[in-house]
Write a protein that binds this ligand. Structure first.
Ligand code: AGP
Length: 607
């Protein structure tokens, strides 16, 4: 998703801007651009493609100590240079970069066009520099404030004025922005990762706040002009610069990292002797936990799938009603928020707009939301105030892998805690705790012995359609496997509860149709075998993810992939692994852009 970097100080702005964009590349984008403040106006360079392309095109850029830059993930308007940010006003003396969506863009473009503005892009963003120009009567801050009075929607924006080279004006409503305060300089960004190499002293803007950033510091105010005390925070996260460490792709690295990332998520949180877990970040007493009457997980994409696996585990082990919600659906359904419910907002990036909006709706109605998040200090983590950090380390590949297994791990830890405040015995709790503690070695064992992934790839890579099936705890895994194959190989596929197949989807099966059946041994094994027979009777190619040693099930498969035996509620942590590998190697075989698949963004910061 879009990235913003701004600089004002005594150094050359361009290197700071370009390095900042590079640090934000993982978010996914399709064009990039930079604007530098010059006495004779704004110097502008934009490109379709990567930051590396932009770097080649700015070799002749003028010296400047004031600048803004942007990576764009197309929302309004195609992927073209004209639509790339920054956007300027008609005079070329005001430049703006913007994350978010302006919902009343059509009316605003019509109003400005009627006043003689000639638009040069299809974007919603371009209305901003024209509106600012329309209201500029000397004070750039007031011009931005009055321009934003027209706007309905979300924004994180930075405005640069050639005629006011001593300031950058920043505003936020719904799209994160952070201002890093250095010695005699400031770095503004949409993500702390682009700031932390310059300073760890930051100010996070809140919604409906404006900031005036200069070399002497920052002043923050509300839209009504009320000045606000500066809340300077120190970034303590280690945003170690992600690198591939010798792997061909970040996705390969992040799949391989899962024994370590799961171990990091478990570290200090499993109490094997007491058959319990400790999640201090929830700041919930046992009495609080015992009062929880229902749990709802909120997430998108892979995070939704992890939430589904967690909800199933909560109901199975803690016997507390639980369900998973898709954030965008939940948010717009006028949801019922009960006071005895606990909500878990699940997000790798901590910046997903749909999830952020959903948790805002819950909190508006007095609901309690805890974050299950990977990026420390991210917007969702901060909005929740309490929760569980995954400690997975940076997940750079757009297709989420290690975050999924860490999210499920964190949810299983929560499940154990919740269950032990209820009927779960010490003995059973110890069994679950041991099962969790053994997961890193089980994951490592499978990754060292992945089985016939290549045979599975051969079966799916030219398919017109692939069906994923799973029952119980394996249905969220089937959903995740289908999402991975879509993201990585662009192959049409879908996932169904295996028992549902005979109610329609079986019509899709014909000779050779690949069916990937996630079926680690559990109490639905016999039903799963019946479903497999139905699949085989139609001549489909049956690929089965089964528990090692279940030779009867393996014999049914055209391709049998064994995973280590684990407790049923823990099984998503191992049965997802072959699906990640199948998607990765299929995408590779088809020549796809593995780490940055087409149309996708790592962090979707628009609703
Ligand atoms: C997963 O492979 C996708 N990249 C996507 O579905 C992602 O899980 C979703 O956008 C949620 O992102 P988050 O976990 O950062 O909130």
């Amino acid at each position: 998703m879009c990235g913003i970097v701004g600089y004002i100080g005594s150094r050359q702005a361009l290197p700071v801007l370009l390095e900042g964009l590079s640090r934000l590349e993982y978010r996914g984008y399709d064009s990039a651009g930079v604007a530098l403040g010059q006495a004779d106006g704004v110097w502008l360079q934009r490109t379709v493609g990567r930051v590396a392309d932009l770097k080649r095109e700015v070799r002749q850029a003028p010296a400047a100590s004031l600048g803004i830059a942007h990576t764009r993930w197309a929302t309004h308007g195609g992927v073209t240079v004209a639509n790339a940010h920054p956007h300027t006003d008609a005079t070329g003396r005001i430049a703006v970069v913007h994350n978010g969506i302006i919902e009343n863009m059509t009316a605003l473009r019509a109003m400005l066009t009627a006043e003689g503005v000639v638009f040069r892009s299809e974007t919603d963003t371009e209305v901003l520099p024209h509106l600012i120009r329309r209201h500029l009567q000397g004070d750039p801050v007031d011009a931005v404030r009055r321009a934003l009075e027209h706007i309905r929607g979300t924004y994180g924006l930075v405005a640069l004025f050639a005629d006011h080279p001593d300031v950058l004006v920043v505003a936020r409503n719904g799209s994160p922005l952070v201002v890093g305060m250095g010695d005699g300089e400031a770095v503004i960004a949409s993500d702390p990762q682009a700031v932390v190499e310059h300073t760890r002293r930051v100010v996070y803007l809140q919604d409906r706040e404006l900031a005036v950033v200069s070399t002497s510091g920052v002043d923050v105010r509300r839209f009504d002009g009320t000045m606000l005390d500066l809340n300077v925070e120190l970034i303590d996260a280690d945003y170690d610069v992600a690198n591939r460490e010798g792997f061909t792709h970040f996705m390969a690295k992040e799949i391989a990292e899962q024994p370590r990332s799961v171990r990091r998520c478990l570290r200090g949180r499993v109490d094997a002797d007491e058959g319990n877990a400790r999640l201090g970040g929830l700041q919930l007493s046992n009495r609080d936990l015992a009062a929880v009457q229902r749990v709802i997980t909120i997430g998108c994409g892979t995070s939704y799938h992890a939430g589904m696996a967690g909800a199933l585990a909560i109901e199975a082990l803690a016997r507390v009603p639980a369900r998973a919600e898709i954030a965008s659906e939940f948010r717009h359904r006028h949801p019922i928020i009960l006071r005895d419910a606990l909500f878990l907002a699940i997000s790798q990036s901590g910046e997903t707009a749909d999830t952020l909006a959903a948790l805002g709706e819950i909190q508006l109605k007095g609901g309690e939301v805890m974050g299950v998040v990977n990026v420390v200090g991210s917007t969702i983590a901060r909005a929740c105030g309490r929760g569980v950090y995954l400690h997975s380390g940076p997940e750079v590949a757009v297709a989420s892998t290690k975050a999924f297994t860490s999210q499920v791990t964190a949810l299983l830890l929560f499940t154990l805690m919740l269950a032990r405040t209820r009927d779960l015995s010490l003995t059973r709790g110890q069994e679950v705790a041991r099962a969790l503690a053994s997961v890193p070695e089980k994951v490592a064992h499978y990754l060292d012995h992945p089985g016939p992934i290549d045979a599975a790839v051969a079966a799916v890579k030219d398919a017109r359609y692939v069906l994923f099936l799973g029952r119980g705890f394996s249905f969220p895994v089937a959903l995740e496997g289908a999402l991975k194959l879509k993201e990585l190989a662009y192959i049409p596929c879908e996932a169904y509860p295996a028992g549902e197949m005979k109610h329609g989807p079986i019509a899709m099966l014909e000779a050779g149709t690949p069916v990937i059946f996630v079926a680690p041994t559990d109490d639905q094994r016999d039903k799963a075998i019946s479903n497999m027979m139905e699949v085989k009777a139609r001549g489909a190619t049956l690929i089965v993810i089964h528990t090692a040693g279940d030779d009867e099930m393996a014999a049914l498969a055209d391709v049998a992939i064994a995973v280590p035996p684990v407790l049923d509620l823990v099984s998503p942590l191992v049965s997802v692994l072959p699906l990640q590998l199948i998607a990765f190697h299929t995408g590779l075989a088809l020549g796809r852009d593995i780490d940055k698949p087409r149309n996708l963004a790592k962090s979707v910061t628009v609703e």
